[in-house]
Ligand binder design. Structure first.
Ligand code: LIP
Length: 275
């Protein structure tokens, strides 16, 4: 399955790079006016959907742009055809095809991720992992080593597409930023998780992500020796996801909790919509 994921990530990557060269238009918006989708997002998902039907008949599919298929094999492919769409639209070379194969219910916190591939088609960096066999950048095995103290940690995060949620997220970051080395908001969750696995970030925290944003990246982190955790008592997912060395994750969780960052989404009016 990992070989299939890597092959299809490259195929989708070629389509994406070609589409970028041809100029990109916004095809539609989703949860808000800044939550965009391009024709290339949709074309990439169509390619991945049809190729997986061909190579992995009976497997399920859950894609960001709406393609879905029930699984009759117990395996579901959770796919973000272009993660970092805003970067793609602005021609910022930091976006990825994110492909995960999961077993069990294809729901964050319930699934078991078997294979994860995150591919940046511009840099051609291929991050890959298969459960139990390690995480790799190309042929280089990735290992999360002993972390710095939180005050010297480089922290990755991201922000929602809703103004109301961004008010809460910026409030929390206002408290956290003076207590860490620095913050990086690079715009692509799957590459943020890959960065943690590769030691390019020390720890990562984001809220309101969708399953396809983090399914593959989760496995990169855990196969590199890190942990994935949720917000408060929640499983990792929409409410929040932390990733990194266990000592740093628990320190960051404590800091988020100290600054009232565990308010549930249902208690943040307009968190999912532009308001
Ligand atoms: C994006 C994530 C990013 C997050 C953005 C958006 P998309 O995914 O990769 O980390 O901060 O709000 O969710 O929409 O480009 O697939």
């Amino acid at each position: 399955m990992k070989d299939v994921a890597m092959q299809l990530a490259r195929e989708a990557g070629e389509l994406i790079v070609a589409g970028r060269k041809g100029g990109v238009q916004i095809a539609d918006t989703k949860s808000s006016s800044v939550d965009i989708v391009t024709a290339v997002d949709k074309a990439s998902e169509e390619l991945l959907y049809s190729r997986l039907a061909e190579l992995r008949p009976g497997d399920g599919f859950l894609g960001e742009e709406g393609r879905s298929r029930e699984s009759s094999t117990g395996v579901t492919w959770v796919v973000d055809p272009i993660d970092g769409t805003v970067n793609f639209y602005y021609d910022i070379p930091h976006y990825a095809v994110s492909i995960a194969a999961v077993t069990g219910e294809p729901v964050a916190g319930s699934w078991q991720v078997e294979v994860g591939v995150v591919y940046n088609p511009v840099t051609q960096e291929m991050f890959s992992a298969e459960r139990g066999t390690g995480a790799y950048l190309g042929d280089r095995k990735l290992e999360i080593t002993s972390p710095p103290p939180l005050e010297l940690a480089l922290v990755g995060t991201g922000f929602a597409y809703s103004a109301a949620m961004r008010r809460e997220q910026s409030r929390l970051m206002h408290e956290i930023l003076p207590q860490i080395r620095d913050l990086r908001r690079m715009g692509t969750a799957s590459l943020d998780l890959a960065a943690v696995a590769a030691g390019r970030l020390d720890v990562y925290f984001e809220r309101t992500l969708n399953a396809w944003d983090h399914a593959a990246g989760e496995l990169l982190v855990t196969e590199a020796g890190g942990v994935i955790a949720g917000l408060g008592q929640q499983p990792p997912g929409r409410e929040g996801i932390f990733a990194g060395h266990p000592a740093l994750v628990s320190q960051l969780q404590a800091l988020v909790s100290l600054h009232n960052g565990e308010v549930l989404l249902r208690d943040i009016p307009g968190w999912g919509l532009d308001s």
